[in-house]
Design a protein around this ligand. Sequence first.
Ligand code: ADP
Length: 461
Amino acid sequence: MKIRTRLTLLFTLTTATILLIFAAIILISASKNREKEFYALLKKEAVTKANLFFNAKVDSKTLQDIYRNNRATLNEVEVAIYTGSFQLLYHDAVDIDVVKETKSMIDEIEQKNEIQFYQNNWQVIGMKYQFQGKEYVVTAAAYDGFGYIKLHNLLQTCIIVFIISILFLYIAGRFFSKKAFEPIVRMTDKAKTISATNLDLRLYTNESKDEISELATTFNKMLNRLENSFDSQKQFVSNISHELRTPLSAIITELELSTDKERNNEEYKAAILNTLQDAKKLAKLSNGLLDFAKANYDPSEIAFKQVRVDEILLDARQQVQKSNANYTITIHFEDIFEDDEQITINGNEYLLKVAFVNLFENGCKFSENKQSKVIVSLKKEKIVLQFVDNGIGILEEDLKHIFKPFYRGLNKIYAPGNGIGLSLTQKIIFLHKGNITVTSDKKSGTIFTVDLYHGVKNTLQ
Ligand code: ADP
């Protein structure tokens, strides 16, 4: 069942229950009032007739005539007067006699002074009456036809008002819930049209800051994020294919040239070396992409443990120098550490090594002297690593882009590369809740500063 229908039914049911309770209270109270008022009327009639009989000495015949005449048009009260010893003194109409007085009834009246009860829908009142020191018992009975008609009319009115109200409430409920859910229906229709090919579409938001507009705004923000990440994914893939295409085309051209005619050994060797170089580039790119994918894992899936930063730096240096014999890397400790904890952080050894290798390699490959140095400073809550080189530096306009995937600065002609090293390095440092900044100068070279914090534990999950 749709929320709209459910809400309308709930609303109608609740209001119907309230209306029913309201109508019941009115009817019960009207019925009680009718009964009370009619007993009071009976009492008045009983006293009046007793007064006429005893004080005004009106004879029984006249009183009975009045009763019979009135009875034709009115619900006349039937009165009877008895002595204390159950001797009938007067009766309005013995032949009609609806209320059959008994000795025990008279005794009860004597005992209680007054009694009230129903007999065949007739209301009866019995009371004591005193005249000239003597006690008598008077009973009065009548059917409150007029009162019952009034009650019946009231019940009818209540039923009609109830049915009309419920109908009106149901129609109003449907109308208002339709109005309230209109923006949601619009939103659903629009959302159905959004797909990967038109992620630029947005949901309609109005000026009023209501919940639905807030939902649409949140949804639009989510679409913005999706569109951005979709765009960067597309960009990433096109960058990868571009990076793959260049060395692959070079390999193909090289191999085609060397096979189009007979060549001497020297020429074949040169062709193989060139191909090998391009193949190495491809391997490096594929390794870089693999590491990139790893650094993009959910942090909870990456194994973190206590690792010594100095040991990872030494490993990274060894790795870089092994594949580049002409590179020189020095590690300088600004502070002497007294216990291992000062040089230890909670991290992933493999990824940290990848980051340090990138920074060392960049330092060396972008400097004429092919040298890179890391200065290690130990602070209370963090380890600061400054990767310094005296190289060609980075242009001011490149500085803000160099952490973007596949971005290469204008100085790229100086050294080969694929532009994913720094973005990968930044991802790894951020994964460790650390920080990386860069300062560069054309004359003095470049400094990458990495802050790695002690005590970063479960926050990584
Ligand atoms: P790659 O080194 O493969 O080009 P990176 O992502 O490692 O890619 O670096 C991006 C760009 O940042 C480089 O192309 C270069 O322009 C600049 N860069 C990075 N490190 C240095 C450095 N130490 N000295 C000068 N330029 C650098």
